[in-house]
Design a protein around this ligand. Structure first.
Ligand code: AAO
Length: 467
């Protein structure tokens, strides 16, 4: 249940982290639709605190003030315009929903939409939520009311996450208010939700909220993926959430980083023996907005700061047959608090597009890097097939996906071999080079595969691809 993203079988979501709504609408129309992206995860769209110490960090959006659709990303009108324009080009919007908690203790004033609130009094008139809607101290076993023991589910789910006022989702009223927020998004055309901090809510409470959500206007249940950081080191397991949709598989971030450092490890990126979720429930990514900057979920990860490794990591992820994939799209940062590139008034800067297709104004746009953006077509084309003709030696890896696609990657940047591709004979356009390379598969399914240092360390081609 809740595992259909409603994008006609497409396979890849991009997280346009901290982009404003008008820029996302433009990106759907000028890039994402054409490249075959299923959809976009947008930063939390509801009203949030405005933090000035430090000055306007990205994480202010994880402290809700109300469920009004008025955030640093834009107004409700701009949000609706984005959802509609994206949907019109076949790209769906998934909302990052922060419903475990409201703003942190010590915060008060007015939110991004002008609504007043006072966290210390548990007063959020914009919803409204009052003291009785939050978890009380007697349910939380920690000495100061904050989560301090990941070995105890009561501690993880009934105490406050880093001082954030913790809603009590066992209450009918609280469930109804959250479901009303979801239903409002669904009315606007949103296709699904990331549930932030799902680990900190009881699965039964999440289910009760999901049961109150409506079907999408075009039919079908909304898509849900649950943020549960399970690195085999606490009491909460992702398996508690798989009946409710996809679950974030943070162990994959570690596995793919290991695999890129040592190609010999790539065969084990999906390791069920290590507790990793089955492919039908694993929500998979190389890095996310937290762990790329040292928040939430550690490990020695690969990010855009190491472009060559990152391209290999994401290209492999999109080529391989594990999970439902999300691609990260970042902005450059020095400090882990730093918000998006901003104008004088701290609004997010426009995402500008350079002549070569890269982004300006401080936006990284990993999703536009050829070994990432062009591999979306590959993943869509090979969906449902297995991995065949696996070859992994000399820091090279290659494999086919059924009889639909072939992928090869060389860590040294050099490869010159004749390989069995398992694909029908013909001349294929190489995707990553935008068809500047052609590959010929002969009558026995063999092809001469060349990767050279002048280009990307990855090649890929598909049946039915561009010619
Ligand atoms: C901000 C300030 C705080 C202040 C607070 C309230 O930074 O100082 O107290 O406001 O005023 C984001 C930011 C936070 C920010 C918050 C609110 O990251 O810094 O706090 O907004 O503005 C846990 C949760 C997970 C959460 C993650 C950050 O389980 O849900 O922490 N992620 C989401 C969002 C995130 C957001 C929130 C939730 C809150 O994606 O952006 O926070 O809405 C262990 C546990 C994990 C735990 C981590 C971090 O992980 O297993 O469950 O994540 O610790 O506490 C090894 C282990 C691994 C371990 C890791 C620790 O790798 O294997 O298990 O180390 O790094």
């Amino acid at each position: 249940a809740y595992t259909d993203p409603h994008c006609q079988g497409k396979q890849v979501i991009v997280h346009l982290f901290e982009w404003k709504w008008s820029d996302i609408a433009n990106e759907c129309e000028r890039y994402l639709g054409k490249k075959g992206f299923c959809g976009v995860q947008v930063s939390p769209p509801n009203e949030h605190v405005v933090v000035t110490q430090p000055m306007r960090p990205w994480w202010e959006r994880y402290q809700p003030v109300s469920y009004k659709l008025h955030s640093r990303g834009g107004t409700e009108a701009e949000f609706k315009d984005m959802v509609t324009r994206c949907k019109n080009v076949g790209v769906r919007v998934y909302v990052d929903s922060v419903v475990n908690h409201m703003a942190g203790l010590g915060r008060q004033g007015s939110g991004s939409g002008g609504t007043s609130f006072n966290s210390d009094n548990f007063d959020f008139p914009g919803v409204p939520f009052r003291r009785e809607h939050f978890n009380s101290r007697d349910k939380c076993p920690s000495h100061d009311g904050n989560i301090n023991n990941y070995g105890d589910p009561n501690n993880v789910r009934n105490c406050f996450l880093v001082g954030l006022t913790d809603l009590d989702q066992s209450q009918e009223y609280v469930r109804t208010k959250i479901a009303e927020f979801y239903n409002h998004c669904i009315d606007v055309g949103v296709a699904g939700f990331r549930i932030d901090a799902a680990k900190h809510m009881w699965p039964g409470d999440i289910k009760a909220i999901q049961d109150k959500t409506k079907d999408l206007p075009e039919g079908g249940r909304p898509f849900f993926y649950h943020e549960v950081i399970d690195q085999n080191d606490g009491a909460i397991k992702v398996g508690e959430y798989t009946p409710l949709g996809y679950v974030t598989e943070f162990r994959y971030c570690q596995k793919i980083a290991e695999g890129i450092r040592n190609f010999g490890m790539l065969h084990g990126v999906y390791d069920p023996g290590w507790g990793m979720t089955d492919s039908a429930h694993a929500f998979v990514f190389v890095d996310n907005h937290d762990n790329q900057r040292g928040h939430g979920g550690g490990g020695n990860l690969i990010t855009h700061k190491h472009p060559r490794d990152y391209k290999m990591a994401v290209a492999f992820t999109l080529a391989y047959n594990y999970g439902f994939t999300r691609v990260m799209s970042s902005y450059y940062f020095q400090s882990s608090d730093q918000g998006p590139p901003h104008n004088g008034d701290y609004s997010a800067k426009d995402v500008t597009i350079n002549a070569d297709g890269s982004c300006g104004n401080g936006w990284v746009c990993e999703h536009r890097w050829n070994p990432i953006g062009n591999m979306v077509a590959f993943r869509n084309a090979v969906a449902g097939t297995g991995v065949d003709n696996w070859r992994n030696e000399n820091e090279e890896v290659s494999f086919s996906r059924g009889q639909k696609g072939f992928f090869a990657m060389a860590k040294s940047g050099h490869m010159d071999r004749t390989l069995h591709t398992g694909l029908p004979a013909g001349e294929y356009c190489e995707l990553v080079s935008d068809c500047k390379k052609k590959i010929t598969v002969d009558g026995s399914g063999n092809a001469h595969i060349v990767i050279d240092n002048s280009a990307e360390p990855v090649i890929a081609f598909i049946v039915g691809g561009p010619t």
